[in-house]
Ligand binder design. Sequence first.
Ligand code: F3S
Length: 390
Amino acid sequence: MKLTSEEKKMAEGKYGNAVKKSMEILIALGEIYGAEKLVDVTSVQIAGVSYDNLGDAGLDYLDELAKDGKVRVLTTLNPAGMDLENYKALGIPEDFAVKQKKVIEAFAKMGVVTTCTCTPYLVGNDPHFNEHIAWSESSAVAYANSVLGARTNREGGPSALASALTGKTPLYGMQLDEAREAKVKVKVKCKLDGTHEFGALGKAIGEKVKAKPTLIVGIKEATVDELKSFSASIATYGGAAIFHMKGITPGKTKTPKEEIVITREDIDKAIKEMNMDGEIDFISVGCPHASLAEIAKLAELLKGKKVKKEFWITTARPTKRIADQVGYSKIIEDAGAKFAADTCCVVAPIKGRFKCLATDSAKGCYYAYSKNQSKIKIMPVKKLVEEACK
Ligand code: F3S
């Protein structure tokens, strides 16, 4: 890989140990994937923030880099293992909390903006069309490539951190036009409504075409919340890093020859597969993290009611702060639902606490079942609130 003289100095250790180690990671990655050179990035999002995933070895690695490492571009984090302010009410053990705080402190020492969210694009880490970036969280990667039109591979936690500390990423894969071209056309022949149905669409397409980039036609409109649900789902069930939705997303692509059709039966089948027998004891909204619009809707639905089941709304702390300011949080909390800010029910250590999760998120269903061995049910948000109040 060709390096500039500045990049050579970085690799030789002239800018300290953290930069040197980071360059080793980026050069190794670039060589594996045949990148000709590094490019500058403008934004980073780092996954692998939960102490549940990192363990002590991960924490030691972060402490080592934090001795002399400082981020060079705007960098935010993926959800942590707990809400740093509200973890006691959410039943997170104190020994876990101590370790999780140390993880966040190490990132803060490096200059990372320690808001922990899978929707960085809703809280100011919002790159625009064609910018090279290095993001890790799969739903955010699909959203960034497809809806924002920025360019990112699906980075691992260490490679994203390496990009943050150097401001560079190897030029390969989703950073280049070729890999972004659609390989399969998907004709959607039914009307979709709501985050749960867009999640079901992502499952139906993902399972059929796997990670191939798609050109999706036939969808007349989609909200930001529906697109984030779809991005999460197509990345989870298929591994896709990009899709093109005709008339809705900004990128250009040729029309592929291979074509599949998605009908109402496919959506209903996907929804049926995410509805298991079981008595709901946990309800969660906000996978990917809830937007202000979703929180406003929840406040409207929960006004004057009382929930009778554990009910979490997972969101980014800055979004929660606005919800506090305009009064949505009070309505929601008066109804007995709880905010879990900067965390989510997949990365939080809650395995075994609940038997059956109800959510509007297809991605949430996948991980609740596969990681936490919980039964699952998917339904629209309005129905979730009705279930919660039964
Ligand atoms: Fe975000 Fe957690 Fe869902 S990271 S996409 S809320 S599984």
